[in-house]
Design a protein around this ligand. Structure first.
Ligand code: PLP
Length: 417
């Protein structure tokens, strides 16, 4: 990719950067809305609910936008529970996934009355029984099946193989259903799966759905009522030219086909697919540096702002903002200022020649961008804005130094535990 238009949803990016500074996350509200509407449309006719995976982008304004379009939330921590509730998402529309829920997190979720727990281990199931009994309530739960399929994605975001820590094998799940009477405070009536993220082919999804459907039929035949099947998230997005993300209609058709005859409630938990392509990370070139072997383009964004390239060797298209006509093309190693060699966004990337002060956009940054950011190297968390029809709203102010160090104390109050 070469030059990028100077504006995004009618907002001039140079003016925006001048006003709000860089690095700056910019999300398109219409793009997020059009994705969730497309998914809702594709699922029409099914009794299906969308449970947005908060970890993809948990900004409260993004959550509110999705909630206004009918999404509930898939959460994986007590903090995400608070985010979802703060954004006005009804507790009943929240499902709690995650492989290491603490007693405190489970108890809080019970207290607010979330819709469903996705259970990933025997120990967690027992904890849920104990905590629900203590509250005199009955928790609604699904078992997360590990269908043992290869999602054909990056190993670090593959979650549905037998060797992964997620979910339980079907024979174990079956034993839980058979022993349901031992756990009177857990209504175990659902199945759940989530085989991985950034899935570009639906074939692994179809295979996992096929296995899940067979299991559901076997459970029904054995007299165990299943009222909810949650097919997880994982739909991939287009990060680079030539990639083709799965289509919402094909995805919905795969679900319809595999689960034909299921009359209960279906849940889907997309994260990335709803928000990734709607966002970019706007950053300014600090300097160009000619090393002995490589030419470096140094940005004011670093791995602390956008970790995916460092963590997963993920590709993001990187474009110079504005007119690039007449500029020669250069192969850059595009890097950040953090003191790590891994702070590299791209290697030997062909781009129009850039100069200090130029604006560069890292595309596809709406998911697992801001939500994975840290303050490593004492760099403040970037600001985030939502853009729409020529206007923008700051949905997270740039972190101040005071906010960064809030909570830190001199070691002058020594106690004994
Ligand atoms: C992360 C996660 C999702 C969302 O994954 P995406 O690839 O962003 O769609 C859904 N369900 C569970 C249980 C997850 O952990």
């Amino acid at each position: 990719m070469g030059g990028f238009p100077g504006s995004f949803e009618g907002v001039d990016l140079a003016a925006l950067a001048a006003r709000e500074g860089t690095p700056l996350y910019v999300y398109s509200a219409p793009a997020i809305r059009s994705r969730i509407r497309a998914l809702r449309g594709a699922l029409a006719g099914l009794d299906a609910g969308i449970r947005y995976a908060v970890k993809a982008n948990g900004n409260l304004a993004v959550l509110r936008l999705l909630a206004a379009e009918g999404a509930g939330a898939d959460i994986v921590s007590g903090g995400e529970l608070m985010r979802a509730l703060h954004a006005g998402i009804a507790p009943e529309a929240i499902v709690f996934s995650g492989v290491g829920k603490t007693d405190a997190e489970i108890d809080t979720a019970l207290a607010v009355g979330i819709g469903r727990f996705n259970i990933e281990s025997r120990a967690e199931l027992d904890a849920l029984q104990r905590l629900a009994a203590a509250r005199g309530t009955v928790a609604v739960a699904a078992v997360r099946i590990n269908p043992d399929v290869d999602a054909r994605t990056h190993a670090k975001i593959s979650t549905g193989k037998a060797e992964n820590k997620f979910g339980v094998p079907m024979d174990e799940a079956r034993a839980w259903f058979e022993a349901a009477a031992d756990r009177p405070n857990v209504r175990l009536d659902g199945l759940h799966m989530h085989i991985g993220s950034q899935l570009l082919s639906l074939d692994p999804v179809r295979e996992a759905l096929r296995r899940m459907a067979a299991f559901w039929r076997a459970l029904e035949a054995a007299g165990h009522a299943i009222t909810s099947i949650d097919v997880g998230g994982g739909l991939g997005v287009r990060y680079r030219d030539g990639e083709v993300a799965p289509d919402a209609n094909e995805y919905a058709d795969a679900i319809r086909e595999a689960l034909a005859g299921f009359t209960g409630r279906l849940l889907v938990e997309p994260g990335r697919w709803l928000v990734a392509e709607a966002g970019l990370l706007l950053t300014r070139v600090v300097l160009e540096k000619q090393g002995r072997e490589r030419r470096f383009l140094m940005l004011d964004a670093g791995m602390n702002d956008l970790l995916r390239p460092s963590l997963y060797d993920a590709w993001h298209d990187i474009v110079r903002v504005g007119d690039t006509a007449g500029r020669d093309r250069v192969a850059y190693d595009v890097v950040g200022p953090v003191c790590e060699t891994g702070d590299t966004f791209a290697r030997q990337r062909e781009m129009p020649r850039c100069a200090a002060g130029d604006l560069v956009a890292i595309l596809g940054a709406g998911a697992y961008g801001a939500s994975m950011a840290s303050t490593y190297n004492a760099r403040p968390l970037a600001a985030e804005v939502l853009v729409e029809e020529g206007r923008y709203a700051v949905i997270r102010q740039r972190q101040t130094f005071d906010a960064m160090i809030a909570g830190e104390r001199p070691a002058d109050d020594w106690r004994t535990a």
